[in-house]
Write a protein that binds this ligand. Structure first.
Ligand code: F0G
Length: 456
């Protein structure tokens, strides 16, 4: 098989810190064994998140210079609005400072106290806004999504039976919308099939319920459809995307991922009345409907990023790079979430450190050990992230105890992926030496950001 390479060349470089073992040990101790608290200048390869960490193209950097910073009626806004209409197909668009800005508006506009919002697995900020507005989130993802080793081509799919029985149980008037994420971050970057999107949409139309997409990683989802769903193998990514969006009434978007920018987002919809109400609300929280929380230059860069993101070569390389890392780990027998998803490789820390109990924070300990070994920064997605039960005060104990190796877009080469793979494999060989952690400081909310630990 002929090898392929990055579909871009490098025009500007950012030198990386190469700390010694002793320096990394100091940095880790200063950070209380929490990768969120490590300074970025102490990090070699930063896989904490793919959010806002993309490399922009020369055209995007050029676009910054022509940003129109007018308070009202900015030219750059017109460009962004046009890009969203053209690529995603919605009639109305409102800019927001990032994804959660759009989630806030949507939740306030549509949710009433006592409502129920079904979704294919929760995301932290999305659920927080739904709950703040009085709704209860109900997970309607297929059961297989909660099993790290279960191979399913569309592990983000909605279980139609779960959705149907929920509608019957609570009534369609209590369901303001279905929140459908494409792809599903917390399940491991897993996609939803076109067939499933269509079925969800048809069922919801029948019951008069809107389908609102969390479109954050929608281009990655489109690529999986091209690759795995019969009938789409010869379709262009842009055509698959258009069809995906046709099975929905609107979306929230974090532009920090698939729009290839460092900041920005939007709320989009087809309903004119909802749009009129959101124009009222956006000025309260974000800014004028012609900039939301963004500068003119940010909107220029995002419009350009949206067009670049639907380039078939770009997205193919993107997904292949994540898989390139994942496959090396699979070949070495490392327990990872399978199949490999769109934006990250997830280590199954429960299996990796099977000598630790969940109360010894295996995923946190593994992320710390990885940093110490090679300066690679990952993110805990397990018991620390899950927090405590509000009523009992006990730890929530999620089934998935994971370390996320999140790959920024267009930032690292496959050589960097090799370094990461070597480090994970080396750790696996000496996994018995990795001890658990004790939590010395526990913040009351969203504890994973600021908690501090020390080795047991
Ligand atoms: N939805 C999904 C699926 C996300 O992954 C994120 C952010 C958001 C919404 C919120 O968007 O950050 O622009 O406000 N995910 C980041 C991550 C933080 O690291 O996974 P935002």
């Amino acid at each position: 098989k002929r090898r392929t390479a990055e579909p871009y060349k490098i025009k500007a470089v950012e030198p990386l810190a190469m700390l010694s073992y002793e320096e990394r040990k100091d940095a880790l101790e200063r950070a209380g064994y929490n990768t969120f608290l490590i300074d970025s200048h102490d990090v070699y390869i930063d896989l904490l998140t793919d959010s806002g960490t993309s490399a922009m193209s020369d055209r995007q950097w050029g676009a910054l210079m022509v940003g129109d910073e007018a308070y009202a009626g900015s030219k750059s806004w017109k460009k962004l609005e046009q890009a969203v209409r053209e690529v995603y197909g919605y009639k109305y668009v409102l800019p927001t400072h990032q994804g959660r800005g759009a989630e806030n508006l949507l939740s306030q506009l549509k949710i009433k106290q006592g409502d129920v919002v079904p979704g294919n697995m929760y995301f932290t900020t999305t659920r927080a806004h739904q709950e703040l507005n009085g709704a209860r989130f109900v997970d309607i993802i297929i059961d297989e999504a909660h099993d790290p080793s279960y191979e399913h081509p569309f592990k983000g799919n909605v279980d139609i039976k779960k959705l149907e029985s929920l509608i019957h149980e609570v009534g369609s008037e209590r369901i303001p919308y279905v929140c459908l994420a494409v792809t599903v971050n917390m399940a491991g970057g897993q996609p939803v099939s076109m067939q499933n999107m269509k079925e969800v949409y048809e069922l919801c139309q029948y019951h008069g319920i809107d389908v609102m997409l969390d479109a954050t990683r929608c281009v990655e989802n489109a690529y999986f459809i091209k690759e795995r769903e019969a009938g789409y193998e010869n379709h262009k990514i842009k055509d698959i995307l258009k069809e995906m969006f046709s099975y929905s009434d609107g979306c929230t978007m974090s532009g920090k991922k698939d729009c290839l920018v460092n900041i920005g987002g939007f709320l989009a919809m087809n309903d004119e009345e909802l749009y009129a109400r959101s124009r009222e609300l956006v000025v309260v929280y974000e800014g004028m409907p012609s900039y939301g929380g963004m500068a003119g230059r940010d909107m220029e860069a995002m419009a350009q990023g949206i067009y670049e993101s639907i380039d078939d070569h770009y997205i193919q390389h993107r997904i292949q790079q994540v898989r390139y890392l994942g496959q090396q780990l699979i070949d070495a027998g490392i327990p990872v979430v399978q199949p490999i998803g769109g934006h990250a490789v997830y280590l199954d820390a429960r299996q990796f450190l099977s000598h630790l109990s969940q109360e010894e924070f295996p995923a946190q300990a593994l992320a710390a050990a990885l940093y110490l070994d090679s300066g690679v920064r990952a993110m805990e997605r397990g018991i620390v992230s899950a927090g405590r039960n509000k009523d009992t005060g006990e730890h929530n104990k999620p089934k998935l105890e994971l370390v996320r190796l999140t790959i920024p877009r267009r930032v690292y080469t496959n050589n960097h992926m090799d370094v990461v793979a070597d480090s994970v494999i080396a750790l696996y060989e000496k996994r018995r030496n990795i001890s658990g952690l004790r939590m010395d400081y526990e913040p009351p909310t969203l504890r994973f950001f600021n908690a501090r630990f020390s080795p047991l």
